[in-house]
Design a protein around this ligand. Structure first.
Ligand code: UGA
Length: 445
């Protein structure tokens, strides 16, 4: 098939590369000329395991193309995916302006009918509105064809998006016509050979499924974080509680890790958008509001724990391991580490942070003077280097090499032997044996 993917963020780029990998002819379109130039030159601008090689090979083999020009890309297209960003507006609603800009252009320039597919996470009813928007433009130029719009939400996790795309848990297709349903079923058939979980439903149901899935996962995390706080007061180890409840097959183990809060570009934004949708319909979203509130409290927890240990923070040297919102990605959007940095900078502490891949993105999210003044230094080369004379180490991302570090070497580097373990990756008893004060999340033992 000839496929056009509009938007080269991690969803668009991963989808495009994986479709090309299956033999399709794919054109990626983005208005960001710098990004397109980078991709053409073989540079993949996001850290996503397996993506570099796949993009490079398919580009070389002429199956994957990059351009800023939408109009010429649309010749003979069979399927056109909209995968542009839908960030949060100030009131929490999803900002769909880019989706509708694309819809308008498709209506203006599509030379013949094709299936248009919303892959962006969008409020319920968006597929219908996109279809109307395209139809209005088609009517203005008296086009003699119609363009159906389907909803096909993605469930890719950053850091394993290629793996998730190639071997999906399930594919959801929301459609209102036979043509889109049939085209999308055949497009996804090769990805579902081992696990034929293809769920066909209405477009509104598909749109809400996406929000509800992320909101459910965020709820599990906030619930466990609340149990973790209680565990600290009751002298209970939340890790045992996690195993105790996860072993119930109705509950399962996934997404029950207490920690320093969820971040990233999806959970915070999608929970907020769902709260906004409920409110717009006159409903109070008690559960989701509590989920969000709990997460805000949880993110503040790292700083509070540090302060309790050190008494004051002005002039203290803090080593920070991990900036990314989770391992396997260079994405720091809404990362707990960012909130901690902000509090530490205001308190006058000096932070020396290590992250294997996310350092390059920090400048975009923090005031320049933090870096210029040296109050914040970044290191992508050596996690031990940032520990020199540190008064405490905070672990905010559970990168694998942090799991079994050389404690003797760490003890020799640090001024005080305090570890704030925001991801519960260390065993409290063995930390005691290594001579460290260990403060985890919910480890009331
Ligand atoms: C999430 C969903 O998992 C994907 O299915 C979805 O497609 C994606 O959002 C999206 O909407 O695009 P992602 O944001 O990449 O994927 O990351 P997750 O692996 O879900 O982690 C989200 C956050 O929750 C991270 O900050 C992580 O550290 C935190 N988390 C996760 C916990 O604190 N505890 C857990 O038990 C699990």
């Amino acid at each position: 098939m000839r496929i056009v993917v509009i938007g080269t963020g991690y969803v668009g780029l991963v989808s495009a590369a994986c479709f090309a990998e299956m033999g399709h002819h794919v054109i990626c379109v983005d208005t960001n000329a710098e990004r397109i130039a980078q991709l053409r030159a073989g540079h993949v601008p996001i850290h996503e395991p397996g993506l570099d090689g796949m993009v490079h090979n398919n580009h070389q083999q002429n199956r994957l193309h990059f351009t800023t020009e939408l109009r010429p890309s649309l010749a003979n297209v069979d399927v056109c995916f909209i995968a542009v960003g839908t960030p949060s507006c100030a009131n929490g609603a999803a900002d769909t302006q880019h989706v509708f800009q694309v819809a308008e252009e498709l209506g203006k320039y599509l030379p013949s009918s094709c299936v248009v597919v919303n892959k962006s996470t969008v409020p319920v009813g968006t597929a219908e509105r996109v279809e109307r928007c395209i139809a209005e433009q088609l009517a203005l130029r008296h086009a003699a064809f119609a363009v159906p719009v389907a909803s096909n939400p993605e469930f890719l996790r950053e850091g394993c998006a290629v793996e998730d795309f190639m071997r999906p848990d399930r594919i959801i297709i929301g459609s209102a016509d036979a043509q889109s349903a049939q085209v999308l079923q055949s497009l996804y058939a090769p990805f579902l050979r081992k696990n034929p979980r293809l769920l066909m439903m209405g477009r509104r149901e598909a749109e809400l499924s996406k929000y509800a899935a992320n909101a459910m996962l965020a709820t599990r995390i906030s619930f466990m974080n609340e149990i973790a706080s209680l565990s600290e007061c009751l002298g209970v180890d939340v890790e045992s509680v996690r195993l105790g409840i996860g072993s119930d097959s109705r509950i399962g183990y996934d997404f029950l890790y207490a920690g320093c809060g969820y971040g990233g570009s999806c959970f915070p934004k999608d929970v907020r958008a769902l709260i906004h949708t409920s409110q717009r319909h006159g409903l109070s979203s008690h559960i989701l509001q509590a989920v969000e509130e709990r997460n805000t409290i949880q993110k503040a927890g790292l700083f509070i724990k540090l302060k309790l240990q050190l008494g004051y923070l002005e002039g203290r040297r803090i080593a920070l391991w991990g900036l990314a919102f989770k391992p396997g990605t260079d994405d720091i959007r809404e990362a707990p580490a960012l909130q901690l940095l902000e509090s530490l900078m205001h308190a006058g502490a000096h932070v020396h942070a290590y992250d294997p891949v996310a350092c390059a993105n920090v400048a975009e999210y923090v005031p320049k003077q933090w870096l210029d003044s040296g109050q914040l230094t970044l290191n992508a080369a050596d996690p031990y280097h940032v520990l020199e004379r540190a008064h405490a180490l905070v672990v905010a991302t559970e990168w694998k090499p942090f799991r079994q570090p050389d404690w003797k070497r760490i003890a020799a580097c640090m001024d005080k032997h305090i570890v704030i373990d925001g991801r519960n990756i260390y065993d409290p008893l063995s930390m005691q044996q290594h001579g460290f004060v260990h403060v985890g999340v919910g480890r009331g033992i």
